[in-house]
Design a protein. Structure first.
Length: 317
């Protein structure tokens, strides 16, 4: 694992070994995040490899990936810890007699409550605690990767709470005390940019803007993600999608769609891209009827352009 973070190159190689193709800026950020002990904030459109990056780092480190998926309405308790209320209740039911003994002879109600309170520890102990991702990451026995996914979907207050935890890597459970991370996890926060994140969060993190890869890198991704794809087809697919992304579309195809399309083409035993085949399979790349219509009218020109600079050079002139 130490080898992985020897230098930027090692990070890139290590990620590649897990099937993740990181460009130098991504590998540099991962390397620095580890050296500086800072979280990574990966922002960019859906499907460009933000979540996958965290998974790849964990795989490369052979570390546990602890994932906190954010959504609207997510609250602190679900990110940190919860008491197992039903289990506590069940225990009190089963221990009715014992509890009866404890309060037996209490003169007043408040005396009885005091006596119960003296036994509170028994019910607010590890036995009844469900650690949620942040606490899991802090208590991990070995360095882990903490993925706080789609943080833009959580509310502002929760974002502020993440900041607090990420500042100290420690949390307090009032009944159990303060716990500090034995090993700082590598933290990756992702955002699809559906709302502005706070400056404070940006300041604390290493900011990584991720977008669609260039054609060579996307062809390389296809080579690792699509079993049986020939290099020539991978390049044609990557070139075509690259050009498709320049059209005025409601939903630009992401890497996930490129992979899906390439898998479909392999299944259909395609060796090269032709007008008819591309038109027939556009629904794997585009998810809106309007986008498919827009693309259909440009397929042949996109294919011509994708056929390579060689052809253009041979053209008029
Ligand atoms: N650099 C990459 N190398 C290999 N596969 C990638 C890469 N980037 C994206 N992918 C593929 O694209 C898919 C979508 O990536 P994902 O991480 O889910 O996107 P995001 O979280 O940005 O929405 C992943 O399942 C993965 O297969
Ligand atoms: Mg994601």
């Amino acid at each position: 694992m130490n080898d992985l973070f020897r230098d930027v190159e090692s990070v890139q190689t290590g990620l590649r070994a897990t099937g993740y193709i990181a460009d130098p800026s991504v590998a540099t950020t991962v390397y620095l995040a580890r050296c500086l002990g800072k979280p990574i904030l990966a922002e960019g459109p859906a499907g460009v490899g933000k979540t996958e990056l965290a998974k790849a780092i964990a795989a490369a480190m052979s570390a546990e990936l602890i994932r906190l998926q954010c959504y609207e309405g997510l609250d602190e308790a679900k990110t940190l810890y919860e008491w197992m209320y039903p289990k506590q209740l069940l225990y009190t039911q089963m221990l009715r007699d014992k509890i009866g003994d404890v309060v037996a002879g209490a003169a007043t109600l408040s005396d009885a409550v005091d006596r119960i309170a003296a036994h509170e520890d028994a019910f607010f102990s590890e036995r009844f605690l469900t650690p949620r991702p942040l606490l899991q990451a802090i208590r991990a026995e070995k360095p882990a990767v903490l993925l706080i996914d789609e943080v833009d979907r959580a509310e502002d207050e929760l974002e502020a709470f993440f900041l607090e935890v990420l500042a100290e890597y420690q949390v307090t459970v009032p009944e159990l005390g303060t716990m500090t991370a034995r090993h700082r996890p590598i933290v990756v926060l992702t955002s699809n940019n559906t709302r502005e994140l706070s400056d404070a969060l940006r300041r604390r993190c290493l900011y990584l803007y991720m977008t669609y890869p260039g054609p060579d890198r996307e062809a390389e991704i296809l080579a690792t993600r699509v079993p049986g794809i020939e290099s020539e087809l991978a390049h044609s697919v990557a070139e075509f999608v690259q050009r498709l992304r320049n059209l005025d579309l409601k939903k630009t195809p992401s890497i996930s769609e490129t992979i899906d399309w390439a898998r479909a083409l392999v299944l259909l035993s395609a060796e090269t891209l032709g007008d008819e085949l591309v038109t027939r399979t556009l629904n794997l790349l585009l998810k809106y009827e309007g986008d498919i219509e827009t693309a259909k009218s440009s397929v042949s020109s996109l294919l011509d352009a994708s056929a390579g600079t060689g052809q253009r050079r041979a053209g008029p002139g």
